[in-house]
Ligand binder design. Structure first.
Ligand SMILES: [Zn+2]
Length: 216
Protein backbone atom coordinates (compact mmCIF):
# COMPACT_ATOMS: atom_id res chain seq x y z
CA UNK A 1 0.00 0.00 0.00
CA UNK A 2 1.17 3.55 -0.65
CA UNK A 3 1.63 6.12 2.11
CA UNK A 4 -1.65 7.79 1.41
CA UNK A 5 -3.45 4.51 2.15
CA UNK A 6 -2.58 4.57 5.83
CA UNK A 7 -6.23 4.94 6.81
CA UNK A 8 -6.73 1.25 6.13
CA UNK A 9 -4.86 -1.95 6.94
CA UNK A 10 -4.09 -5.00 4.91
CA UNK A 11 -3.41 -8.24 6.74
CA UNK A 12 -3.49 -9.00 10.43
CA UNK A 13 -0.66 -6.87 11.81
CA UNK A 14 -3.00 -4.15 12.96
CA UNK A 15 -5.05 -6.38 15.23
CA UNK A 16 -2.83 -6.00 18.27
CA UNK A 17 -2.49 -2.25 17.78
CA UNK A 18 -6.22 -1.91 17.50
CA UNK A 19 -6.73 -4.04 20.57
CA UNK A 20 -4.31 -1.81 22.41
CA UNK A 21 -6.02 1.30 21.21
CA UNK A 22 -9.36 0.01 22.44
CA UNK A 23 -7.85 -0.96 25.78
CA UNK A 24 -6.20 2.41 26.16
CA UNK A 25 -9.23 4.37 25.13
CA UNK A 26 -10.97 3.04 28.21
CA UNK A 27 -13.97 4.60 29.83
CA UNK A 28 -14.01 7.65 32.04
CA UNK A 29 -10.93 9.68 31.16
CA UNK A 30 -9.22 6.54 29.93
CA UNK A 31 -9.85 4.76 33.23
CA UNK A 32 -11.39 1.38 32.63
CA UNK A 33 -13.66 -0.22 35.18
CA UNK A 34 -12.70 -3.51 36.72
CA UNK A 35 -14.96 -6.16 35.20
CA UNK A 36 -14.71 -9.89 35.84
CA UNK A 37 -16.57 -12.72 34.20
CA UNK A 38 -17.77 -15.53 36.44
CA UNK A 39 -14.80 -17.62 37.53
CA UNK A 40 -12.25 -14.94 36.68
CA UNK A 41 -9.92 -13.31 39.14
CA UNK A 42 -7.72 -10.26 39.22
CA UNK A 43 -4.94 -9.03 41.48
CA UNK A 44 -5.21 -5.35 42.34
CA UNK A 45 -3.45 -2.90 44.61
CA UNK A 46 -5.70 -0.27 46.20
CA UNK A 47 -4.45 3.26 45.62
CA UNK A 48 -7.22 4.95 47.57
CA UNK A 49 -8.56 4.23 51.04
CA UNK A 50 -12.11 5.48 50.82
CA UNK A 51 -14.76 5.16 48.13
CA UNK A 52 -15.93 8.16 46.11
CA UNK A 53 -19.71 7.67 46.14
CA UNK A 54 -22.35 8.78 43.67
CA UNK A 55 -25.80 7.76 42.45
CA UNK A 56 -25.44 6.46 38.95
CA UNK A 57 -27.54 5.37 35.98
CA UNK A 58 -26.54 2.63 33.61
CA UNK A 59 -28.54 3.04 30.43
CA UNK A 60 -28.62 -0.01 28.15
CA UNK A 61 -28.85 0.68 24.44
CA UNK A 62 -30.42 -2.06 22.36
CA UNK A 63 -30.26 -2.00 18.61
CA UNK A 64 -31.80 -4.92 16.69
CA UNK A 65 -29.15 -7.36 15.52
CA UNK A 66 -26.49 -6.08 17.93
CA UNK A 67 -25.46 -6.91 21.45
CA UNK A 68 -26.93 -4.59 24.05
CA UNK A 69 -24.47 -1.84 24.89
CA UNK A 70 -24.29 -1.52 28.68
CA UNK A 71 -21.36 0.85 28.80
CA UNK A 72 -23.38 4.01 29.21
CA UNK A 73 -22.96 5.40 32.70
CA UNK A 74 -24.24 8.75 33.90
CA UNK A 75 -24.07 10.39 37.29
CA UNK A 76 -27.64 10.76 38.56
CA UNK A 77 -28.83 14.33 39.04
CA UNK A 78 -31.51 13.52 41.64
CA UNK A 79 -29.54 15.22 44.43
CA UNK A 80 -29.59 18.33 42.24
CA UNK A 81 -33.33 17.92 41.89
CA UNK A 82 -33.65 17.58 38.11
CA UNK A 83 -32.68 14.13 36.84
CA UNK A 84 -34.44 13.31 33.56
CA UNK A 85 -33.12 9.74 33.57
CA UNK A 86 -34.78 8.88 36.90
CA UNK A 87 -38.19 8.59 35.22
CA UNK A 88 -37.26 5.56 33.13
CA UNK A 89 -34.14 4.11 34.77
CA UNK A 90 -33.35 3.25 38.39
CA UNK A 91 -30.18 4.79 39.76
CA UNK A 92 -28.01 2.88 42.20
CA UNK A 93 -25.41 3.95 44.71
CA UNK A 94 -21.82 3.13 43.77
CA UNK A 95 -18.51 3.94 45.42
CA UNK A 96 -15.37 4.14 43.30
CA UNK A 97 -11.91 3.16 44.46
CA UNK A 98 -8.81 3.60 42.34
CA UNK A 99 -6.75 0.45 41.98
CA UNK A 100 -3.79 -0.82 39.99
CA UNK A 101 -4.39 -3.85 37.83
CA UNK A 102 -1.55 -6.29 38.60
CA UNK A 103 -2.98 -9.02 36.35
CA UNK A 104 -3.38 -7.20 33.04
CA UNK A 105 -4.45 -9.12 29.99
CA UNK A 106 -2.85 -11.25 27.29
CA UNK A 107 -2.91 -10.15 23.67
CA UNK A 108 -3.11 -12.44 20.65
CA UNK A 109 0.65 -12.82 20.53
CA UNK A 110 0.68 -13.98 24.13
CA UNK A 111 2.19 -10.76 25.49
CA UNK A 112 1.12 -9.52 28.90
CA UNK A 113 -0.35 -6.02 28.69
CA UNK A 114 -1.68 -3.44 31.07
CA UNK A 115 0.05 -4.63 34.22
CA UNK A 116 0.26 -1.82 36.76
CA UNK A 117 -2.33 0.35 34.98
CA UNK A 118 -4.94 2.29 36.87
CA UNK A 119 -8.53 1.11 36.95
CA UNK A 120 -11.74 2.23 38.54
CA UNK A 121 -13.14 -0.24 41.02
CA UNK A 122 -16.91 0.34 41.22
CA UNK A 123 -18.43 -1.09 44.39
CA UNK A 124 -22.16 -1.25 44.92
CA UNK A 125 -23.69 -1.35 48.39
CA UNK A 126 -23.06 -5.03 49.19
CA UNK A 127 -19.41 -4.74 48.12
CA UNK A 128 -19.00 -1.42 49.91
CA UNK A 129 -20.19 -2.99 53.17
CA UNK A 130 -17.78 -5.87 52.72
CA UNK A 131 -14.87 -3.52 52.02
CA UNK A 132 -15.79 -1.29 54.96
CA UNK A 133 -15.54 -4.26 57.31
CA UNK A 134 -12.24 -5.41 55.82
CA UNK A 135 -10.90 -1.84 55.86
CA UNK A 136 -11.66 -1.55 59.59
CA UNK A 137 -9.78 -4.77 60.23
CA UNK A 138 -6.82 -3.87 58.04
CA UNK A 139 -6.57 -0.22 59.04
CA UNK A 140 -7.51 1.00 55.57
CA UNK A 141 -7.27 -0.41 52.07
CA UNK A 142 -4.60 1.80 50.53
CA UNK A 143 -1.52 -0.17 49.53
CA UNK A 144 -3.10 -3.58 49.98
CA UNK A 145 -2.54 -6.15 47.27
CA UNK A 146 -5.68 -8.23 46.93
CA UNK A 147 -6.68 -11.16 44.78
CA UNK A 148 -10.33 -10.80 43.87
CA UNK A 149 -12.45 -13.59 42.39
CA UNK A 150 -15.92 -13.49 40.92
CA UNK A 151 -17.26 -16.79 42.14
CA UNK A 152 -20.50 -16.94 40.14
CA UNK A 153 -22.72 -15.23 37.61
CA UNK A 154 -24.85 -13.82 40.41
CA UNK A 155 -21.84 -12.22 42.07
CA UNK A 156 -20.97 -8.58 41.45
CA UNK A 157 -18.94 -7.90 38.30
CA UNK A 158 -16.05 -6.65 40.43
CA UNK A 159 -15.90 -9.97 42.27
CA UNK A 160 -17.07 -11.16 45.66
CA UNK A 161 -14.13 -13.04 47.17
CA UNK A 162 -11.34 -10.86 48.54
CA UNK A 163 -8.05 -12.44 49.44
CA UNK A 164 -5.81 -9.83 51.08
CA UNK A 165 -2.21 -10.73 50.35
CA UNK A 166 0.26 -8.13 51.56
CA UNK A 167 0.85 -4.42 51.74
CA UNK A 168 2.76 -2.87 48.83
CA UNK A 169 4.85 0.29 48.76
CA UNK A 170 2.88 2.30 46.17
CA UNK A 171 6.02 4.13 45.05
CA UNK A 172 7.37 0.84 43.67
CA UNK A 173 4.48 0.58 41.14
CA UNK A 174 4.83 1.87 37.55
CA UNK A 175 4.48 5.66 37.52
CA UNK A 176 0.96 6.68 36.49
CA UNK A 177 1.21 10.29 37.62
CA UNK A 178 -1.09 12.04 40.07
CA UNK A 179 -4.29 10.36 41.15
CA UNK A 180 -7.18 11.48 38.93
CA UNK A 181 -9.80 13.78 40.43
CA UNK A 182 -12.93 11.62 40.62
CA UNK A 183 -15.05 14.67 41.35
CA UNK A 184 -14.14 15.99 37.92
CA UNK A 185 -14.59 12.63 36.20
CA UNK A 186 -18.05 12.03 37.67
CA UNK A 187 -19.34 15.61 37.71
CA UNK A 188 -22.96 15.26 36.53
CA UNK A 189 -23.62 16.04 32.90
CA UNK A 190 -26.58 18.31 32.17
CA UNK A 191 -29.80 16.62 31.03
CA UNK A 192 -29.17 18.10 27.60
CA UNK A 193 -25.64 16.69 27.42
CA UNK A 194 -26.91 13.25 28.44
CA UNK A 195 -29.49 13.36 25.64
CA UNK A 196 -26.78 14.20 23.11
CA UNK A 197 -24.48 11.41 24.33
CA UNK A 198 -27.27 8.83 24.20
CA UNK A 199 -28.37 9.94 20.74
CA UNK A 200 -24.76 9.65 19.57
CA UNK A 201 -24.50 6.14 21.00
CA UNK A 202 -27.68 5.07 19.26
CA UNK A 203 -26.53 6.55 15.94
CA UNK A 204 -23.01 5.25 16.02
CA UNK A 205 -23.21 2.21 18.27
CA UNK A 206 -19.65 1.03 18.10
CA UNK A 207 -20.56 -2.39 19.38
CA UNK A 208 -19.61 -3.70 22.76
CA UNK A 209 -17.79 -6.66 24.17
CA UNK A 210 -20.19 -7.08 27.06
CA UNK A 211 -23.54 -8.72 26.88
CA UNK A 212 -24.13 -9.01 30.63
CA UNK A 213 -25.68 -6.28 32.64
CA UNK A 214 -23.12 -4.83 35.01
CA UNK A 215 -24.24 -5.72 38.52
CA UNK A 216 -21.21 -4.79 40.55
ZN1 LIG B 1 -31.31 9.98 38.21
Amino acid sequence: MSDKDHWCNSGYEAIDDVENEYAERGGEDGLQRVYLKAGEDIVVVFETDEPFGIWEHQVPISIPGQKTNWRNWFTCRKKLGDCDLCGSNNSYYVGFYIVRDMTGWTDRKGNQRGVGERRLFPAKLKTLKQLKTISERKGGLKGWKVMITRTSNDAPNVGDLFDFDSKVDLSTLPDCGELPDLKEIFRPKSNEEIKVVLAGEIMGNSGTTEEDPVNY
